[in-house]
Design a protein around this ligand. Structure first.
Ligand SMILES: NC(=O)c1ccc[n+]([C@@H]2O[C@H](COP(=O)([O-])OP(=O)(O)OC[C@H]3O[C@@H](n4cnc5c(N)ncnc54)[C@H](OP(=O)(O)O)[C@@H]3O)[C@@H](O)[C@H]2O)c1
Length: 260
């Protein structure tokens, strides 16, 4: 079952060497997409590739470099012969710690990966999609984007950017009558390598990465703008509407404190 009318439709998934990105690549591949997967770790990308059904390609790249983002756009279009129908901006990572003590270089790398790369790729691909009046962009934000995140301040702030950017562009596209889709995936804790990289332990039980990937792809094709997997996160998001910011920030600090 493929959503597209185009038999040569290609999907590009960033951060597909593990976790949510790897599983989204597997889901899209099962649907019949030719998939281009990208990340820094070639060995793990090859492991992902071995689990894909149809045609698949690997691009090893470090998205924290702006020039790598432009190059990825060119290379993916060469491989996909201009038929990139789905872009999943998933690559990203977090860091735990008090802002006054956490490492500035790591945080700047995080901003470059979680925000700048996603922004560049969205901008480049969306122009082509708007011209064709078709295409899907799924930006992986987080439930962290719904609130302030003391002790993970930079990470939460990057995800608020991803969420707000995606919602804003989505409204512009709808108001201009475009058929192009953009949305944000906002999971709570998911069992992946994220914890090891960020040096945290989740306070809540994590969802299975494959469940999140299947839910994300299904709702992307239903054109849902903000995709929140799991009932507890949906309820949490709803509950946030009734609490003052100051209280939300206090609660968030206590939750984060338990993760350290
Ligand atoms: N796990 C959660 O609880 C959770 C919850 C909400 C949102 N998210 C978001 O979900 C996304 C995927 O994370 P995950 O949980 O699946 O964690 P993960 O297993 O650590 O996967 C992160 C992916 O991003 C790639 N990546 C990181 N830095 C990169 C860079 N500079 N250039 C290119 N690729 C890079 C990694 O590949 P290489 O290391 O091979 O480069 C890896 O494939 C992230 O944006 C994360 O913020 C995760």
């Amino acid at each position: 079952m493929m959503n597209s009318q185009n038999k040569n439709a290609v999907a590009l998934v960033t951060g597909a060497s593990s976790g949510i990105g790897r599983d989204i690549a597997i889901v899209l591949s099962k649907m019949g997409y030719e998939v281009i997967i990208t990340a820094r770790d070639e060995v793990r990308l090859n492991e992902t590739k071995s689990r894909l059904k149809g045609k698949a390609h690997i691009i090893v790249t470090d998205l924290k470099d702006r020039s790598a983002c432009y190059k990825l756009y060119e290379t993916a279009n060469e491989i996909g012969e201009g038929n990139i129908e789905v872009l999943v901006n998933n690559a990203g990572f977090g860091l735990f710690g008090e802002f006054t003590k956490s490492d500035l270089d790591t945080e700047l790398n995080m901003i470059d990966t979680n925000i700048t790369a996603l922004h560049i790729l969205t901008k480049l691909f969306i122009k082509d999609m708007v011209e064709k009046n078709s295409g899907y962009i799924l930006n992986v934000a987080s439930s962290a984007g719904f609130m302030p995140g003391p002790l993970m301040a930079t990470y939460y702030s990057t995800k608020a950017y991803v969420l707000r950017l995606s919602q804003s562009i989505s409204r512009e596209l709808k108001n201009s009558g475009s058929n192009v889709y953009i949305g944000a995936l906002c999971p709570g804790p998911v069992d992946t390598n994220f914890n090891n990289t960020a040096n945290v332990r989740f306070a809540l039980k994590g969802l299975k990465s494959m469940d999140v990937a299947e839910y994300a792809v299904k709702n992307m094709f239903k054109r849902k703008t903000v995709i929140v997997p799991g009932i507890s996160m949906k309820l949490g998001k709803f509950g946030l509407c009734f609490l003052p910011d100051n209280l939300i920030t206090k609660i968030a600090y206590n939750i984060q404190h338990r993760k350290g």
